[in-house]
Structures are given as C-alpha cells and as structure tokens.
Design a protein around this ligand. Structure first.
Ligand SMILES: *[C@@H]1O[C@H](CO)[C@@H](O)[C@H](O)[C@H]1NC(C)=O
Ligand SMILES: *[C@@H]1O[C@H](CO)[C@@H](O)[C@H](O)[C@H]1NC(C)=O
Ligand SMILES: *[C@@H]1O[C@H](CO)[C@@H](O)[C@H](O)[C@H]1NC(C)=O
Length: 264
C-alpha cells in the first residue's frame, strides 16, 4: 500500500510539474482516477474464456456482410497500428482495422502504470513459460531515430538528487550517455515512451493521425474468429462484435497482427 501511495504521489508530481497550470481540480481528478484504477486492478481476475466479452446473442445467426476492403488488419497493437497508418497513407486502399480491446483512457495516459494495466481488461492475461530465445535483438548495440511518430523522451521530473547522482558518476569517470544508443554501458536519466509526459502508445503515434482518413475504418471490441482461405490465399474474415457475427472481404490481404499468442 505504501508503495502505491508513493507511486501515486510521484505520478502527480510528474503531471503537475509538466503542466505548471495544472489546476487543483485536475490533480484531484487524477488522484481519484488512480485510486479507482489501482483498486479495480487489485480485483482483476485472469479471463478464462473470451466469450465473457464476445458472446454471440444467437449462435445460429448467419454472419452479416460488413463489406469489401483492400486490406483487413486484425489487431491494432504495435504492428497493426503502424500498418493501418502506412496502408491508408496514399488514399488508394480501403482498410478495415479490427481491435478486440477498447479505446485508451486517461489512466492509460499515465506513464509507469503498466503493471496495473497488465491486470486489467486491456490485457489478455496470458502467461508463457520462460523463453530462452526472446528479446535477443535488444542486446544488439543499435541506434535509434529522433523524429519518428512514436516519441521517446527523458522523463520530465528531474529531482535534485538525480543531478547529484549523475555528477557523482561523472566524477568517478563513468559515462553519462543515451542508453538506447550505440554504447549502453553507463549512467543516464530514465527514458520513457511518452510525449509531453503522457504515454505515447502505438495508437497515439499511428492510429490517431490516420483516424480522419476516409479509407480507414477502425472497429473496437471486434474479435476476429475465422479466416477464410481460397487457393492458399486469405480473402475473408469473420468477426464478433456486440454479440453479432460479421464477415468482411479483402481483395489484397488479410493481415493477422493479433499478438504472439492470438495470431494463428
Ligand atoms: C474494472 O474491472 C472490471 C473487472 O476487471 C472490468 O470489467 C471493468 O471494465 C473495470 N472498469 C474500468 C472502468 O476499467
Ligand atoms: C531453456 O533452456 C533450459 C536449459 O537449457 C531448458 O531446460 C528449458 O527447457 C528451455 N526452455 C524453453 C522454453 O525452451
Ligand atoms: C485457384 O487457382 C487455380 C490455379 O491458379 C485457378 O485455376 C482457379 O481458378 C483458382 N480458383 C479460384 C476460386 O480463384
């Protein structure tokens, strides 16, 4: 409990520091928001069956035709978001993007709360056995760009002790560096995937800027359940949304980006 309170306090500091005009009301708002979501997250139970969210009202009903597209993307996670943005850029292709989850909210905007989001309906709740061969590319001493749509920044809240800490490291002859750069051995301020202090998700970076394009249709709470294949080519998808079954057809590609476990 103590940790949670400290965490809340730290977050509030971050929020108010970054927006000097943060009113008392908005601090109170975030305080109760955090309290509510932390409490809700503590009650969360791992889902055992997706029918809790995607139950058909009538199993016998035929799938309703939802139309024809060039591309259908199943899953608006990181990969699906980037693809939806890029494929609608030229205006030449009609794209349907299906997302099983719902839209982001003010809580998902708060950085550093991923462990609580993991215990919420934003997460499928899968647990895998430990993997020996994952994330290996993180060990590559890679570089990164600076002007992409997905923003990474140094956290805004920089307490006095941070400066003292870094100064001490420098005096001991240690490198002060960008640990996502070529050389990763040294000291640094923490970097986070945020934009002006709020979480910068794939949704914010890639979907939001594309939302007003007429050739992109995004459906929330839509679960892809069947892929139709003809001549070794996927051409149709069936999905469940609001208790009903739908089908949509793609003349170019059906892209399955439903995550490591959900993608067949
Ligand atoms: C609170 O938790 C329950 C159970 O996990 C969930 O169904 C509900 O959507 C959550 N409320 C909000 C506002 O996220
Ligand atoms: C990982 O490696 C250990 C040791 O070689 C092995 O026992 C284990 O089964 C491996 N795990 C997986 C998921 O392959
Ligand atoms: C499937 O592919 C074969 C060989 O390319 C072709 O003759 C046939 O018309 C195709 N069938 C359909 C339904 O597209």
């Amino acid at each position: 409990m103590k940790n949670i309170i400290i965490l809340c306090f730290a977050t509030l500091l971050v929020l108010s520091k970054q927006d000097q005009e943060a009113s008392k009301e908005s601090v109170q708002y975030y305080q109760s928001l955090l309290k509510y979501f932390l409490k809700n997250s503590s009650k969360w139970e791992k889902p055992k069956d997706s029918r809790k969210f995607f139950k058909l009202k009538n199993e016998q009903d035929e799938a309703v035709n939802h139309g024809h597209y060039h591309f259908i993307i199943v899953g608006a996670g990181v990969a699906g978001s980037v693809l939806a943005n890029r494929l609608t850029e030229s205006g030449k292709f009609q794209v349907l993007l299906l997302e099983a989850g719902g839209p982001e909210n003010d809580f998902t905007d708060v950085p550093g709360f991923a462990p609580y989001l993991a215990r919420s309906d934003f997460n499928w709740g899968y647990k895998t056995i430990p993997q020996n061969n994952s994330c290996l590319d993180l060990e590559d001493p890679g570089y990164h760009g600076k002007d992409g749509p997905l923003s990474v920044e140094y956290v805004k809240y920089q307490p006095e002790v941070l400066k003292i800490f870094l100064e001490a490291a420098k005096q001991r002859g240690q490198n002060i560096l960008d640990y996502n750069g070529q050389n990763q051995n040294g000291y640094s301020t923490f970097q986070s995937m945020t934009r002006n202090g709020k979480r910068c998700s794939a949704n914010k970076a890639f979907i939001k800027p594309a939302m007003n394009r007429e050739n992109l249709e995004l459906l929330y709470r839509a679960l892809g359940v069947k892929i139709f294949i003809r001549n070794k080519t996927a051409f149709r998808i069936e999905f469940i949304r609001e208790g009903k079954k739908y089908r949509a057809t793609a003349s170019k590609e059906v892209i399955i980006s439903g995550g490591t476990i959900n993608s067949p």
